[in-house]
Design a protein. Structure first.
Length: 277
């Protein structure tokens, strides 16, 4: 077999079965035997960090990622990506469509994975320098793919619709900061949160906490964005399944709350006939 038909990976290696070259006999992740060493001896979050970073994590990092995963596991029905999965569930669609709905809506720039990626890039650029943060939060780097991502309309990592930090965000920041490195991003964010909120004009969001946590785990913006999407799926899945079982009769309909701009009002049968002429 020529090299044209070989996949290249820096962290994954497979040895084929002698009787079936399409099946793996042994798998290695960053040098560790997956089924001989990792599965019997490591935990799920050890394995995640090993795959994403290519090195064995320290015990404290594993617990830190586990608690971050719990913080992100279920954003709740008020969050758009979870609500998208609920809409799919109540419609009776297949499970993959419900998860794809959650991923698509949760990938964006308002509380989504793209906002987390931008925030991680800002951490790399601004470090622990307040004046730089204040300047860059209002002019974050724009993605060169303008056909995909429009310019940010708010400071990444903060909630433009909030008046003060919510209790869950405050609790998550406090708890995770206690687990994070003493000189890390989360500790610094906890110390300077109020100063940053005053400069921005609105409170810290959970996406901002998550971005700082990913920085403390030494993950880049691509790794952080991908993990953020993955770790928020359990809640979306559970809500979608629940709504599928409950059915549409118990699902809220927001029609009366929707107001159309320049609403022409009801269309009469006569006007329909005139339009058809």
């Amino acid at each position: 077999m020529t090299s044209n038909y070989v996949y290249h990976s820096n962290f994954w290696l497979e040895e084929p079965e002698d009787s079936n070259p399409f099946a793996a006999r042994q798998c290695f992740c960053s040098g560790y035997d997956v089924y001989g060493e990792i599965v019997p001896q490591a935990g799920w979050f050890d394995y995640l960090l090993l795959m994403f970073r290519g090195e064995k994590p320290a015990p404290g990092e594993t617990r830190f990622l586990e608690k971050l995963a719990m913080v992100l596991a279920n954003p709740g029905p008020r969050e758009a990506s979870v609500r998208a999965a609920m809409n799919a569930g109540v419609a009776g669609t297949n499970h993959s469509s419900a998860l794809m709905a959650a991923l698509a809506v949760g990938a964006g720039q308002y509380g989504g994975a793209q906002e987390v990626a931008i925030s991680v890039r800002l951490w790399r650029e601004c470090g622990r320098h307040i004046p730089t943060w204040v300047e860059r939060l209002f002019s974050p780097e724009e993605d060169e793919r303008a056909d995909i991502w429009l310019p940010m309309e708010h400071a990444p990592g903060f909630d433009p619709n909030g008046k003060s930090i919510t209790t869950p965000v405050w609790q998550a920041l406090n708890y995770l900061a206690d687990l994070a490195p003493g000189d890390g991003a989360l500790q610094w964010l906890r110390k300077h949160r109020e100063e940053l909120e005053l400069a921005v004009g609105y409170p810290l969001a959970l996406s901002g906490v998550a971005a700082a946590a990913f920085v403390d785990l030494d993950l880049n913006e691509d790794q952080a964005s991908m993990l953020y999407l993955i770790l928020r799926l359990p809640g979306a899945a559970a809500h979608a399944i629940e709504q599928k079982g409950m059915g549409w009769k118990k699902f809220p309909y927001y029609g009366p709350a929707i107001e159309l701009a320049d609403d022409p009002g009801p269309v009469s049968a006569d006007s329909d006939r005139e339009d058809g002429q």
